[in-house]
Design a protein around this ligand. Structure first.
Ligand code: AMP
Ligand code: ZN
Ligand code: FE
Ligand code: FE
Length: 286
C-alpha cells in the first residue's frame, strides 16, 4: 500500500523541522504524499513544494485553521487549495497582524502586573515561527517569575486570566469559504477536541456537512482502531470523507512519528485519491 500523512507541522508554525527537513523525512520514511498543515499559516508551503519536487514526493497544500466552536477546540484542515489565492493570503495576513497586536497588548498587561517582559524575550522562545502564549509562558519560566508554563497560564495567560487578551478567530463558515474559494476541501481535525458527546456526534457532523465541511480526520496518531471506526462510521453516515494524519511536530511532540497513526498503522493513498476526486467534481460544478 502507498502510505501518506495529511497532517504535519513545520517551523512556519510550532513544528521543529523546517519545511525542507520535514519533506526529506517524509521521503526517507517512504511516504508517497505529505500535507504540510501549519497553524493559521501557509508560509511553509513554497519551500515544502520545492523540496518535494527535488525528492520526488507529492506535496498536498494544507493548513490547520483554528476556528470558533462553542464546546471545544475546532481545528479545520484545508487541503488541495491554491496557495496563491489572494483572498486566502489576505485573510491569513490579517490574522498575523492581529496576533502581533494581541501579543503587544498582552505584554502591556504583563508589565502592568509589574513584570518586565519584552517581545524580544518572548520571540527567543519560538523557533522562528508564530509567537503566542506558549512562548510567553516559557519566557516567564526562564525569568523565574513562575516555576512552570502551566503556572504562567494559570496566573497570567489562560483565557480570562490577568494578562489575557482574546484572539481574533475566524468562524467555521468563514474558514470553509476561504478554503473552498481557493479551490480546496475542508476537514475537521482531531474531532475528539470538539468535545462532543457520543449521542451528539452524528447530529453535529450533519450540521457541519450542511455548512460545507467536506471531511473528518478519522485516522490520527492518538486514535486506536475502535475510535477510528467510530469516526469512520459517523463520516460514512453523514457523507463526510475520511482524512488522516499524524499531527507530527518533531521535537515539540516527541511521541508522534511522521506517517504513523493509531498503534503503528498508516494512512492509505486511497484517502487522498478520494479527496482529489471530490475536489475535481466540485470544480466541475458537481
Ligand atoms: P495562542 O494561539 O497564543 O492563544 O496560544 C494557544 C496555545 O496556548 C494552545 O495551543 C495551548 O498550547 C496553550 N494554552 C492555551 N490555554 C492554555 C491553558 N489554560 N493551559 C495551558 N496551555 C494553554
Ligand atoms: Zn501545533
Ligand atoms: Fe490541531
Ligand atoms: Fe496539528
Amino acid at each position: 500500500m502507498r502510505r501518506i500523512d495529511l497532517h504535519a507541522h513545520t517551523t512556519a508554525s510550532d513544528g521543529s523541522l523546517t519545511p525542507t527537513q520535514l519533506v526529506r523525512l517524509a521521503a526517507e520514511t517512504g511516504l508517497a504524499a505529505l500535507s504540510v498543515t501549519d497553524h493559521d499559516t501557509i508560509d511553509g508551503l513554497a519551500e515544502a513544494q520545492a523540496a518535494a519536487t527535488e525528492v520526488g514526493i507529492e506535496l498536498v497544500s494544507g493548513i490547520e485553521l483554528a476556528v470558533t466552536y462553542p464546546t471545544g477546540r475546532f481545528h479545520m484542515l484545508g487541503y488541495l487549495f491554491d496557495p496563491l489565492n489572494q483572498a486566502l493570503n489576505d485573510r491569513l495576513d490579517l490574522l498575523k497582524q492581529n496576533r502581533a497586536r494581541r501579543n503587544q497588548r498582552m505584554l502591556e498587561r504583563i508589565r502592568a502586573a509589574g513584570i518586565d517582559l519584552t517581545l524580544e524575550e518572548v520571540r527567543r522562545e519560538s523557533g522562528g515561527g508564530q509567537v503566542g502564549r506558549p512562548h510567553m509562558a516559557l519566557a516567564l519560566v526562564r525569568k523565574g517569575i513562575v516555576t512552570s508554563a502551566q503556572e504562567a497560564f494559570d496566573r497570567y495567560l489562560a483565557d480570562g486570566a490577568a494578562a489575557h487578551v482574546p484572539k481574533d478567530k475566524i468562524t467555521p463558515e468563514e474558514g470553509i469559504d476561504l478554503i473552498h474559494g481557493a479551490g480546496g476541501l475542508a476537514s475537521i481535525a482531531h474531532p475528539h477536541s470538539l468535545r462532543l458527546k457520543d449521542l451528539e456526534l452524528v447530529e453535529a457532523l450533519t450540521r457541519m456537512r450542511g455548512i460545507g465541511v467536506d471531511g473528518i480526520e478519522c485516522y490520527y496518531s492518538e486514535y486506536d482502531s475502535d475510535r477510528t471506526q467510530v469516526f469512520l462510521a459517523a463520516a460514512n453516515s453523514v457523507g463526510l470523507l475520511p482524512t488522516g494524519g499524524s499531527d507530527f511536530h518533531g521535537d515539540s511532540k516527541p511521541n508522534v512519528k511522521l506517517g504513523i497513526v493509531g498503534s503503528g498503522q498508516a494512512v492509505n493513498y486511497e484517502v487522498l485519491r478520494a479527496l482529489k476526486a471530490a475536489r475535481d467534481s466540485r470544480q466541475l460544478g458537481g
